[in-house]
Ligand binder design. Structure first.
Ligand SMILES: Nc1ncnc2c1ncn2[C@@H]1O[C@H](COP(=O)(O)OP(=O)(O)OP(=O)(O)O)[C@@H](O)[C@H]1O
Ligand SMILES: Cc1ncc(C[n+]2csc(CCO)c2C)c(N)n1
Length: 321
């Protein structure tokens, strides 16, 4: 499945909390992949084709059976390794942690770029550092967020002003001290994405893992708060996403960028039955819970990992350097 973002530059209309940010795409989409015209080429790098979908809904399954959902990390592949035919779209959210090394790549290919509060500082400071061969000011103006959203206690005033002058929408939600800035960003993206079927949405979150443990858990909680939205949390070292119990899961392993270490973790509720194939240590109708068995330091042995469970599980896999 993939997001049906418009290929046009996002247009902000209305007040900050109700921005009609993403216009309806006029394209009709196939079940799995979608193609759309490209953004203007990045002046910093050669033109990138769009990336493969993060996850795809397979055709309807027989009555009674759980539908299948397929997943892929092909969005991390370099341009040269990805067939243009597997084009897809996603939104990027940048959190307030050091930018992962692949941030410019994912940013270039994104349809929508949102910074969570201090995430804007990371883009402002970090993008020029990740692109040392290019003029600092050119990089800054090229890597301009569409929206900065959050309680605004971390974004520096000069960063806010810089991007505001370039047309970035500043969405101040300092009145809300009960939800995290990532929660606010995901809610904003889902509220402003076209159509009612949010299963096509994909959100890549940069800088979500490592760092402060309460923030990490808050970020993982967002996966459970939005189980129907495809959200991938990324750091330089690994990625994680939710496998909702409503589906069977087929995870394609992109061996050039990910693995071999992986884990399956029942964060929200114990599982009385999880079954897998493709792993070194597979589960066969196995019970998993905190205080009992959880699968860590597992190894992907096949190019496709299958997972079925009666509970929502977190899938995690290491990223190659
Ligand atoms: N150390 C960290 N580890 C993981 N995620 C982080 C970390 N720091 C920030 N984040 C993520 O980035 C988002 C924005 O963080 P930021 O520091 O700008 O604001 P905040 O949520 O008000 O944090 P704080 O409680 O530190 O003031 C957070 O909501 C969180 O998702
Ligand atoms: C039980 C409980 N614990 C912590 C907070 C504080 N809090 C949670 S999210 C957030 C916003 C951070 O940008 C803040 C301050 C709360 N409200 N309720």
């Amino acid at each position: 499945r993939c997001a049906s973002w418009t290929s046009e530059a996002p247009v902000a209309v209305g007040d900050a909390d109700q921005i009609q940010f993403l216009k309806h795409s006029t394209r009709t989409r196939a079940t799995i992949n979608c193609n759309f015209s490209e953004h203007a080429p990045c002046p910093m790098e050669p033109h990138h084709p769009r990336r493969a979908p993060t996850a795809a809904m397979d055709p309807p399954s027989p009555a009674g059976a759980r539908p299948a959902m397929s997943h892929s990390s092909a969005f991390l592949l370099p341009s040269s390794a990805t067939p243009a035919a597997s084009a897809d779209a996603y939104a990027v959210v940048v959190l307030n942690q050091r930018l992962p090394r692949f941030a410019p790549l994912l940013w270039d290919r994104a349809q929508v770029r949102v910074c969570a509060d201090g995430g804007a500082n990371r883009v402002f400071d970090g993008m020029p550092e990740l692109l040392p061969g290019h003029a600092r000011d050119d990089v800054r103006s090229r890597y301009k967020p569409d929206v900065i959203k959050g309680d605004m206690d971390s974004v520096r005033p000069e960063v806010k002003e810089y991007y505001s002058n370039l047309g970035t929408k500043i969405a101040d939600q300092s009145h809300d001290q009960d939800t995290t800035d990532l929660h606010k960003c995901v809610a904003f993206i889902t509220d402003n994405s076209p159509g009612s079927d949010k299963s096509n949405l994909c959100i890549l979150v940069l800088g979500a893992l490592g760092g402060r443990f309460d923030h990490e858990m808050g970020n993982i909680n967002v996966l459970h708060l939005f189980p129907n939205i495809k959200i991938v949390l990324l750091s330089d070292d690994c990625l994680i996403f939710l496998l909702p119990r409503t589906h069977t899961h087929s995870i394609h392993i992109e061996r050039s960028v990910e693995g071999p270490h992986c884990g399956l973790i029942p964060v929200g509720t114990p599982s009385t039955s999880t079954t897998t194939t493709g792993l070194r240590w597979n589960l066969d109708n196995t019970h998993m819970s905190f205080g009992g068995l959880i699968s860590t330091s597992n190894i992907v042995d096949e190019d496709q990992v299958m997972v079925t469970s009666d509970s929502d599980l977190i899938w995690t896999i290491s990223l190659r350097h």
